[in-house]
Design a protein around this ligand. Structure first.
Ligand code: PLP
Length: 498
């Protein structure tokens, strides 16, 4: 290799390895926050962010100086005090596995170009399928047709699942297009927006998605679901599918999957489970009960890049009857999927919409081999322990913090209350005086802006019942009770100083 290329590759790889092994923590900033114009100015000192016409080849030293700026100004999602999102703190082994996948640069479409990865995918999907009760424990653990697919993210997984549902309803839809049936889809009001986006993209129409009422924690109300399905049918729609959520994005609530399965069976509807966030509860024997009934679903999407710390993206879409995949998605390109080549039955490429497909399985396979089932369970149990600690801290805060949603999984939704409003008159935002609610509503954005400016933490907020509330997402293995203390203390300090 050319000496200069070698020097640059080493320089980038050394920085990345060092970052993964010694990520920012404790008093290190979670973010060195800068505005877009400040970032543009900063990069001018190395190599500018933009490209001129006739862009020159820059010196290694300048490129590496820019790489240092990239690292400095990126969000440090590995920092334990990054509790902003439904992903955080990647598993270092998964990061390295991802690098190896990039180094081996291939596509998962065919056995001939991905012999090992094809078998790995089969093995991992089968194991995930066993956890979900999709396949028999004693069936072939590496079938040529595994019970699902890897796909690029949870939203895409839900899109594919709804296309499978539509294809089951109208088997010639791929060739003839829709027969004109008005299809109805049901998801809870706390469900992910992938439902409406998928309906829009599939030509079903986002108006055909009914957002069913939930209880206070964000779990679907099965009675309301039944009523909604009956109503849609009465109005001439074909009830197509219900999306049950296993771990909602905001309150980490789990729908009653058995109740949904009963309704789907009664109406011949497709049952899709959105376990993007909470599917990983299946790894822990103490938490798996939250997904009771998932084995009765037709499809189940599961983001391993969320709770399990795989790098983005790593999504499994499990399918109960995987032979439907090829029936629904095959394009039959004869230059890729020649039936007369060796081991063509292992080719997965014609079972999905994608052509080239990233090798997302390697990082999961290597991390799972290294940690074992017990290591994966420990990750979930640690997250639960930290979330329980956070709930205790809030309960013992003499009204400085109040829990807004009485959740029991890894997300804690709460508000900070200014001293003059303690104790808060009511815990449900709807029961608060308008003026008090408005005052509380405006606090989280100001407190968060101060946190970003000082780099002391990153926590998300969102309206719940019309009032902005904080959401602590407990997920990283490196997140400790001292980090929770530091985050709550910072919120309290900044709140008092407003
Ligand atoms: C994150 C999330 C999704 C979307 O997954 P992407 O991989 O970001 O597309 C869907 N449903 C739930 C409940 C989620 O939390």
């Amino acid at each position: 290799m050319h000496q200069a290329t070698r020097h640059l590759v080493d320089g980038i790889a050394d920085r990345a390895t060092n970052y993964v092994l010694n990520p920012p923590r404790d008093a290190d900033p979670v973010i060195s926050f800068a505005s877009p114009s400040e970032l543009i100015d900063t990069f001018e000192s190395a190599v500018g962010l933009a490209f001129a016409d006739d862009a020159p080849a820059e010196d290694n030293a300048d490129v590496l100086a820019a790489i240092d700026l990239v690292i400095t100004h990126s969000m440090h999602t590995s920092h334990p005090r990054f509790v902003n999102q439904n992903f955080a703190g990647p598993d270092p082994i998964a990061v390295a596995g991802d690098w190896l996948g990039a180094a081996l640069n291939t596509t998962g479409a065919t056995f001939e170009v991905a012999p090992v990865f094809t078998l790995m995918e089969s093995a991992v999907l089968h194991k995930l399928g066993r956890l979900a009760g999709y396949v028999d424990a004693d069936s072939n653990p590496m079938p040529s047709l595994p019970p699902g697919m890897f796909c690029p993210g949870g939203s895409i997984g839900t899109l594919f699942a709804l296309q499978l549902a539509r294809h089951r309803h109208q088997p010639d839809i791929a060739q003839r297009g829709s027969n004109g049936d008005r299809l109805a889809i049901f998801v809870s009001a706390s469900g992910h927006y992938a439902a409406t986006k998928s309906a829009a993209l599939l030509g079903i129409g986002s108006d055909q998605v009914t957002k069913v009422a939930t209880d206070h924690e964000g779990r679907i109300d099965p009675t309301a679901l039944s009523v909604a399905v009956e109503t849609a049918r009465r109005h001439g729609a074909v009830p197509l599918a219900v999306i049950g959520t296993a771990g909602t994005t905001v309150t980490s609530a789990f729908d009653d999957l058995h109740a949904i399965a009963d309704i789907c069976e009664a109406h011949g509807m497709w049952f899709h489970v959105d376990g993007c966030y909470g599917g990983s509860a299946l790894f822990s024997s103490g938490q798996a009960h939250r997904l009771a009934g998932v084995e009765r679903s037709d499809s189940f999407v599961w983001n391993l890049h969320k709770m399990m710390g795989m790098t983005q993206q790593c999504t499994a879409l499990l399918i109960k009857r995987p032979e439907q995949l090829a029936a629904c998605f095959a394009g039959g390109a004869d230059y890729l999927f020649q039936p007369d080549k060796q081991f063509a039955e292992f080719d997965s490429g014609d079972r999905t919409f994608q052509c080239a497909r990233r090798i997302d399985v390697l990082k999961l396979w290597v991390a799972w081999k290294a940690h074992g089932d017990a290591g994966f369970a420990a990750r979930i149990d640690h997250a639960m322990a930290i979330a329980d600690y956070t709930r205790q801290r809030i309960a013992a805060s003499d009204g400085a913090f109040v829990s807004i949603v009485s959740g029991s999984f890894t997300n804690v939704v709460f508000a900070w209350v200014p001293p003059e409003l303690r104790p808060l008159a009511a815990l449900h935002p709807a029961d608060l005086d308008d003026q008090v609610r408005t005052q509380l509503h405006h606090l989280p954005p100001q407190i968060k802006a101060r946190m970003q400016a000082e780099g002391t933490g990153m926590i998300g907020f969102q309206p719940v019942h019309g009032m902005n509330t904080f959401r602590m997402i407990c997920m990283s293995t490196t997140l400790q009770t001292t980090d929770i203390d530091a985050l709550l203390d910072a919120i309290d300090q900044y709140g008092n100083e407003i």
